[in-house]
Design a protein around this ligand. Structure first.
Ligand SMILES: NC(=O)c1ccc[n+]([C@@H]2O[C@H](COP(=O)([O-])OP(=O)(O)OC[C@H]3O[C@@H](n4cnc5c(N)ncnc54)[C@H](OP(=O)(O)O)[C@@H]3O)[C@@H](O)[C@H]2O)c1
Length: 259
């Protein structure tokens, strides 16, 4: 299927690895030129070169922290009028409610709610004027079902979800959509880091721990960055103009509800 977005321009934040890279790669495979960012310059440049040489699109790497105003300014300067915006950043740390300070909450809200809102605010009205725009927020399955050790994430991501729900309806008539993808367990560096403790405790390798975790998912495996990226590319496609304000779980069937 031709997604009908060849030649469009996209910002994909936090995209040197994992889910962000999966989204950037899938968009590039559809002929979308990219501005991608991440904090670690070397990994970011390597990813930009890898995607550009595999697909032939233009990939501009901006090394920055997207949760800072300076970082957002740099990304927007490189791509002031994107047709596609994929919002992503690292998630807040795990812990327990009793230990979180107000500063912890402020950081979580800044990174996972206010950062995407600032980028949406800076780009959505240009999309409206041009009559095309696709915004995808990478949030988490925790928006549908809270994860006990990720209370900062549960809160900040639900804040983002509610914060743009009305806007998604306001801009839909201009062929601008705003949706969220809610990842369940995907086999990325982030998940592998969290498996270190489990692997050590059980005396098994990280690969074995990852396989065991995957076996607990109805699909029988964890998701991949590619699984995630193609879903993102479809939501960004010319054909997805009637899908907006949705929160789509990509979780291999883990969510136990019917709807
Ligand atoms: N993987 C999962 O199963 C899963 C499930 C639910 C939710 N999520 C959420 O999905 C998001 C992506 O997860 P992932 O698994 O893809 O993580 P990952 O493999 O660790 O990749 C994270 C990417 O984001 C970049 N990044 C992180 N913080 C950034 C910042 N402040 N500014 C710019 N770039 C930043 C990283 O590069 P640098 O470190 O160099 O900046 C890297 O490129 C996270 O918010 C995570 O909590 C993931």
């Amino acid at each position: 299927m031709d997604l009908g977005i060849e030649g469009k321009k996209a910002i994909v934040s936090a995209a040197s690895k994992g889910l962000g890279k999966g989204c950037a790669t899938a968009l590039a495979q559809e002929g979308v030129d990219l501005v991608i960012c991440a904090r670690t310059k070397e990994t970011l440049i390597a990813t930009a070169e890898e995607i550009a040489s595999a697909t032939g699109v233009s990939v501009t790497p901006i090394a920055c922290d997207i949760t800072s105003e300076e970082g957002r300014r740099a990304v927007l300067a490189a791509c002031p009028n994107p047709d596609v915006l994929v919002n992503n950043a690292g998630g807040p740390p795990p812990g327990d409610f009793k230990d979180f300070t107000l500063d912890d909450w402020r950081k979580a809200v800044e990174g996972n709610m206010l950062t995407p809102i600032a980028l949406i605010h800076a780009t959505v009205y240009g999309m409206v004027e041009r009559g095309f725009g696709r915004i995808v927020n990478i949030t988490s399955a925790s928006v549908k079902a809270p994860i006990p050790i990720l209370e900062l994430s549960n809160g900040a991501r639900c804040g983002l979800t509610g914060g743009v729900a009305a806007l998604a309806r306001k801009v839909a008539k201009n062929n601008v959509t705003i949706n969220a993808l809610l990842p369940g367990l995907h086999d990325t560096d982030r998940i592998r880091q969290t498996l270190t403790g489990r692997a050590e405790a059980d005396g098994i390798s990280i690969d074995q721990a990852a396989e065991q975790l995957g076996a607990s998912i109805p699909a029988g495996r964890m998701g991949t960055a590619e699984d995630f990226g193609v879903a993102c590319a479809f939501l960004c496609s010319a054909h997805a103009g009637f899908i907006t304000g949705q929160n789509l779980l990509i979780d291999g069937g883990s969510f136990p509800g019917t709807m």
